[in-house]
Design a protein around this ligand. Structure first.
Ligand code: NAD
Length: 260
């Protein structure tokens, strides 16, 4: 379905971004990966995607917490592949602390990576999409783009912000072939969440399974994690013709979290 399209997925060396990159590659899209990691491991991921799905794949290193690097990443993807048709703004980090204890540098970094990076990447990629009158911008928000949790003020602010940004971009592109939507996952068992499970194990003296159950039990009616593969399926749908009139929608995939 996506043969001839090029997808740039930020933060795709791990977790949700990697799941989405694989799902788009499985539909034939060429893939620009981005994200941190050991150079050998990242090269294995890149080469694995290229050979498994018979697509072109590149890794473009950039710290999307820095605007100039984000802009250069988009320009390099356009330089290497000729165009970027699908932009998935996925890179994200978390820090958990009460607001009065929240380190200001963590606040700045979370807003930079989880929110401002989507602005800079979209600003750089959108003109080419508009020129070809086809594009898909998918922002990976969170249930925390729709509802809040305590001790996650920066993350919740950034994720609510990216849902608002998604709506604005969708309105500005509404009469074009470019759409912009957000995906709002519930808990996904990735390194970002494993860190929070580790803290619970330590603080509450729980086993790994007990900590996972406690985490899910607080918010998730299904008591199941969402998987990167399921989120990849949703991203593929948002890239399909059937989703052409989905514009500015924050789509939750969260085991019932926000239905409560
Ligand atoms: P992860 O830690 O597994 O992966 C994060 C990816 O982003 C990695 O590839 C990492 O190298 C990259 N990254 C981090 N900082 C970066 C930077 N400054 N520049 C470039 N790349 C950077 O995390 P994940 O759980 O897959 O999270 C991906 C996105 O999904 C994030 O935006 C996160 O907020 C969101 N999300 C995660 C969950 C969850 O439960 N895991 C739930 C909802 C939303």
């Amino acid at each position: 379905m996506l043969k001839g399209k090029v997808a740039l997925v930020t933060g795709s060396t791990s977790g949700i971004g990697l799941g989405i990159a694989r799902a788009l590659a499985a539909e034939g899209a060429d893939i620009a990966l981005n994200g941190f990691g050991d150079a050998g491991e990242v090269e294995k991921l890149r080469a694995g995607i290229a050979s498994q799905y018979k697509v072109r794949a590149a890794h473009i290193p950039a710290d999307v917490g820095h605007p100039q690097e984000t802009i250069a990443m988009v320009e390099r993807a356009i330089g290497e592949f000729g165009h970027v048709d699908i932009l998935v703004n996925n890179a994200g980090i978390q820090h958990v602390a009460k607001v009065q204890d929240f380190p200001p540098e963590q606040w700045e970094r979370i807003i930079a990576i989880n929110l401002s990076a989507a602005f800079y990447a979209t600003r750089a990629a959108l003109p080419g999409m508009l020129a070809r009158n086809w594009g898909r911008i998918i922002n990976i928000a969170s249930t925390h783009g729709l509802v809040a949790s305590a001790e996650k003020s920066a993350y919740v602010a950034a994720k609510h912000g990216i849902v608002g940004f998604t709506k604005s971009v969708a309105l500005e592109t509404a009469r074009t072939g470019v759409t912009c939507n957000a995906i709002c996952p519930g808990w996904v068992l990735t390194p970002l969440v494993q860190k929070q499970i580790d803290v619970r194990m330590q603080n509450d003296r729980l086993s790994l399974d007990e900590a996972k159950r406690a985490l899910l039990g607080e918010k998730t009616p299904s008591l199941e994690f969402v998987t990167p593969e399921e989120l990849g399926g949703l991203a593929v749908f948002l890239c399909s013709d059937a989703a052409a009139q989905m514009r500015g929608v924050p789509v939750a995939m969260d085991g019932g979290w926000t239905a409560q």
